[in-house]
Design a protein around this ligand. Sequence first.
Ligand code: A5P
Length: 233
Amino acid sequence: LEWLETARRAASLKAIRYVQHGHVVGLGSGSTVALAVEELSNRIREESMMITVIPTSYQSELLAIEKGLRFAELNRNTKVDVAIDGADQVQIGTLDIVKGGGAALAREKIVDSAAEKLVIVVDERKLTDKLGRNQPVPLEILPFWFNATMEKIRRLGGKPAFREGAGKLGPVVSDNGNLIVDVDFGEIQDPELLNKGLKLIPGVVETGLFIGLGGYICVGKRDGTVEVLERNK
Ligand code: A5P
């Protein structure tokens, strides 16, 4: 998979072109976003740009600190000019997305949905014609009485499983102190309806279904090209 890093980097370079001097930039999470942040910090240096960032996880916060990026003051500010994020799966056509492979879905959804322009960076393996195919939907749920919440998720047709930690025994605990559950729904016929159903379950903090957000998907291809898919809100 040597082409992967090249493809992701090429797509990242395309994505950071949406950032302009003075922008507030949302930073998603994941390995692809890490490449984009690296390229963004190079560009900031080369072009003496001033931007401020809003990270969506400890991962992107630490990266932003390492790169010397300035942080936007949350709550003094409710505007995000551009959010740059990754994805686990993107449905061709509708451009609905599954996210949360890195357990950062809740903050990512807050930041991505506040963005004037959402720019998603993926490699072509993430494209599918049916969300949910070989891809569970990550959910963040409150730790309190998790089995009651899991039961309601099952009633919607899902098979929930706690995500196991690496470097820690037991389930993954999110940056917000909640539990991460991966739910197998099989191929999802109506992602919007499923998302609404999940959001109505008390105890579900957020879902990894990112539906109806406008923006650009920069797809790094095996052949070295980058395709930009666009969707209006
Ligand atoms: C983080 O919670 C996720 O939403 C990531 O954006 C997603 O998992 C993509 O990660 P990679 O770029 O590492 O594949």
